[in-house]
Design a binder for this molecule. Structure first.
Ligand code: GRF
Length: 200
């Protein structure tokens, strides 16, 4: 299966998929990595792995819908079977969803429906939850609201900072992402309302 991964930052989730896909039994390979900005470690990781990259910068387009179309076209050029948003910090638009909705998953560093948005680990820490984690979901038009594929829980420690908590979440998140993306790529999946079923 052909996977396109979209990133905006350090790309440790991307790296976990790149490492897993080195084993042919994984059944999926990253055919391209896209970003919404230049100069990020996520793109460097792709280049080191010999994976084609592209950038779709919002500032290069006169408006968000034009950016949405440009992003959609760039992803479509690689004919993915699955698109993975791994730390991608933009909301995809209606053109992207029309073309790739139902075959795009996103990972979020909180246990949905708690703490959606840009600051999951910070919001969990401030709320004082004792357990948080990561959620993999099928992207829909909302912010971190799609049908849940998998979740992984981690404890919040009394002396946690946002950084130590997010690092602990990311360890669980990477493992969950690699496991689920591999299964979705090998077995296929269907989305029925709020239910995601693995298997063709
Ligand atoms: C991940 O925890 C992702 O869920 C969140 O930001 C982090 C990105 O990490 N949106 P990386 O770029 O994969 O290292």
């Amino acid at each position: 299966a052909r996977i396109v991964v979209l990133v905006s930052g350090s790309g440790t989730n991307l790296q976990a998929i790149l490492d897993a896909s080195a084993d042919p039994a994984y059944g999926a390979r990253v055919v391209a990595v896209g970003a919404d900005r230049d100069g990020i470690e996520g793109l460097a990781r792709a280049e080191r792995a010999g994976v084609p990259t592209f950038v779709a910068r919002l500032s290069d387009h006169t408006s968000r819908p034009y950016w949405d179309r440009a992003l959609t076209d760039k992803v479509a050029a690689f004919e993915p079977d699955l698109v993975v948003l791994a730390g991608f910090m933009k909301l995809v638009g209606e053109k992207f969803l029309a073309r790739f909705g139902g075959m795009t998953v996103n990972t979020h560093p909180a246990l949905s429906p708690s703490f959606p948005g840009m600051h999951g680990p910070r919001d969990a820490l401030e709320y004082g939850v004792k357990v948080t984690g990561a959620t993999l979901f099928v992207v829909d038009a909302g912010v971190d609201t799609g049908a849940i594929v998998a979740q992984s829980a981690v404890p919040v420690e009394d002396d946690d900072t946002v950084e130590t908590l997010h690092e602990r979440i990311k360890v669980a998140e990477r493992a969950m992402l690699v496991e689920s993306v591999g299964r979705m790529a090998r077995e296929g999946f269907t989305v029925d309302g709020r239910r995601v079923r693995l298997g063709g």
